[in-house]
Design a protein around this ligand. Structure first.
Ligand SMILES: [Mg+2]
Length: 257
């Protein structure tokens, strides 16, 4: 793939540029059992190449940071649980405001397991109720999540074929992208899901401050129209995202020495 001209400012000024990307559905194909998601072959290598040449390369995901480290290695910068957890310089950097919600989440996980008998993913600082394999239960899980949010003070978020309960701490992909990309000359974000729309909106705000911004949507059968409509570039599945990252890595100036 030739580098789309919209991304040329990133390769021209890599030391003032940010490349931020989602994980599931973007770097890793969506699979029925979310525990089995793995990045496409070549993803780790291209992120390492980009990290060597670009000021900021960061993966922002709804997954726990520990999961991302397991799949992508310890050398990348990562935000897990939509920014409730971070990993940088080879180690965890927790967001303190979120930590006091850990026991509340543990209680909600126990209740979900006892009451729902549905796939409950315990993420430590949040939990996910999956209905990919049982779409007919989506309404029931939604009602349960709403009642649990009311009771516990956690907040509900919609994701692809799932619902999440989070601490009421103001982090999402938008706050992460805004924090990470502020001060850069150019920034792109790549994502495939509703949660990534907030990242696009953050880029809109940065664009208003003069940053060159590029919104990349990864298209699949499940892509929300809201995301596709707002994208500057649309790529075909995680393979398309990988091609784009490889084109960008190949367009970087050769590093000295
Ligand atoms: Mg995703």
């Amino acid at each position: 793939m030739a580098l789309p001209s919209l991304l040329a400012p990133l390769s021209a000024q890599p030391r003032c540029s940010a490349v931020i990307t989602d994980f599931d559905g973007t770097l890793a194909p969506i699979v029925e059992d979310p525990a089995r998601a793995v990045p496409l072959p070549g993803v780790r290598e291209v992120l390492a190449r980009l990290s060597a040449g670009v000021a900021l390369v960061w993966v922002v995901s709804g997954r726990p940071v520990a999961f991302l480290v397991d799949r992508l290695g310890p050398d990348l910068c990562l935000s897990g649980l939509y920014g409730l957890e971070r990993w940088l310089d080879g180690g965890p950097a927790e967001v303190l405001e979120a930590e006091r919600w850990r026991p509340v989440v543990a209680e909600a996980v126990a209740r979900a397991q006892a009451e729902l008998g549905a796939p409950v993913e315990d993420k430590g600082l949040s939990l996910t109720l999956h209905h990919r394999t049982r779409p007919e239960r989506a309404g029931e899980l939604q009602a349960w999540a709403r009642a649990e949010a009311e009771r516990s003070g956690l907040v509900v978020r919609q994701a692809k074929a799932s619902l999440e309960l989070h601490p009421p701490v103001e982090t999402d992909k938008g706050t992460e992208v805004e924090t990470l990309a502020r001060g850069m000359e150019a920034a792109c974000f790549i994502g495939d899901d509703l949660g990534d729309v907030a990242a696009f909106t953050a880029l809109d705000r940065l664009a208003g401050e003069g940053v060159h911004t590029v919104r990349v949507a990864v298209e699949s059968e499940e892509s929300p129209a809201e995301l596709l409509d707002r994208a500057d570039l649309v790529v075909d599945g995680p393979a398309g995202a990988l091609d784009l990252l490889e084109a960008l890595a190949s367009a970087l100036p050769a590093s000295p020495g």
